[in-house]
Design a protein around this ligand. Structure first.
Ligand SMILES: [Zn+2]
Length: 308
């Protein structure tokens, strides 16, 4: 009972499914679930494919897996079954409840060979994902003994090859950073203003601020940003700006640097990062960055304006 009108509609629905998947349009997730029940086999096939693409983008994984399972098992069109089977794989442990459907497909002698193979492959993958999630769920933080989530397990295991909950992870991060900073810190350097700083880079920044009449607070005390302990190098109260000098280059230090920079960002704090390579053009860097944040050099300015 196909007519040209049906074709047109079918094409429209199919195009829509493709574009949702390609754009990663999570807001159209519900629409994809409906397309999965469309009377057009092609639209169902493309909706299944798009659902696979959205798997890691924060959609309701359980709902997606539950919608894909019957299509994987009983869709009249082989290719649509195949696409649903492949999409289920993308949902990993969340597709655990579909394992029996996949098993039935893989064991069905009247099913096409390539579909049975794909079903077996998806099963293996999902079983492995379930196993990993279960193993992670059994882990406890080595520091505080709290049960860790699968995400926490993956994150800390990757960074430290140890198991920490997120809170301990952050504390260990900072402890390590402090330890490494300590190596450099043993020097105490007096800046022009009389403030004692902890590295040559910090001294250069302190002296630049003094020379430009920019008020700053420098202190070695931790303060709390969000729930984390952070020691900002410089805080410019008049501009509500932080300046951090990232003086070391070890992997651990860099990890904690990224973490800390993310925290500033999440908290909406304005941060200027200065690295050792910036020191030779420090004047230009600080002038332009502070300028962007609204700083206008006033009559207090005592340093040369010219730049080489
Ligand atoms: Zn812990």
């Amino acid at each position: 009972m196909k007519n040209p009108m049906d074709r047109q509609l079918e094409k429209r629905l199919s195009d829509r499914a493709v574009s949702i998947g390609r754009e990663g349009n999570v807001a159209a997730f519900g629409e994809l679930l409906e397309l999965l029940r469309s009377s057009s086999a092609n639209a169902r096939r493309l909706a299944a494919s798009a659902l696979g693409k959205l798997a890691w983008m924060g959609v309701d994984q359980g709902a997606a897996a539950a919608a894909l399972a019957p299509v994987a098992r009983r869709d009249p069109h082989p290719q649509t079954r195949q696409y649903a089977i492949k999409a289920l794989k993308a949902y990993g442990a969340s597709a655990q409840s579909c394992l029996h459907d996949l098993h039935d497909v893989a064991a069905n002698p009247s099913e096409k060979d390539y579909i049975r193979r794909d079903a077996a492959a998806s099963m293996t993958f999902i079983e492995e994902a379930v196993r990993i999630a279960a193993a992670a769920a059994e882990h406890r933080c080595q520091r505080c003994g709290a049960r860790v989530t699968a995400d926490e397990y993956a994150r800390s295991n990757q960074a430290f090859q140890r198991v920490f909950c997120d809170r301990c992870f952050d504390e260990v991060f900072l402890e390590r950073r402090n330890f490494e900073t300590q190596v450099e810190i043993n020097k105490t350097i007096e800046a022009r203003s009389g403030v004692v700083v902890q590295s040559e880079g910090e001294r250069r920044i302190a002296d630049w601020l003094t020379a430009h009449g920019v008020a700053y607070r420098y202190d070695a005390k931790f303060r709390i940003i969000a729930e984390f302990q952070i020691r900002p190098d410089f805080y410019l109260p008049e501009m509500d700006v932080y300046i951090e000098y990232w003086g070391l280059d070890t992997p651990q230090y860099k990890m904690s640097m990224y973490k800390k920079q993310t925290l500033y960002q999440q908290e909406g704090k304005r941060l200027i990062s200065v690295y050792p390579r910036d020191l030779q053009r420090l004047d230009g860097l600080l002038t332009s960055k502070l300028h962007l944040l609204g700083y206008r050099p006033g009559i207090d300015e005592r340093s040369e304006v010219s730049e080489t």
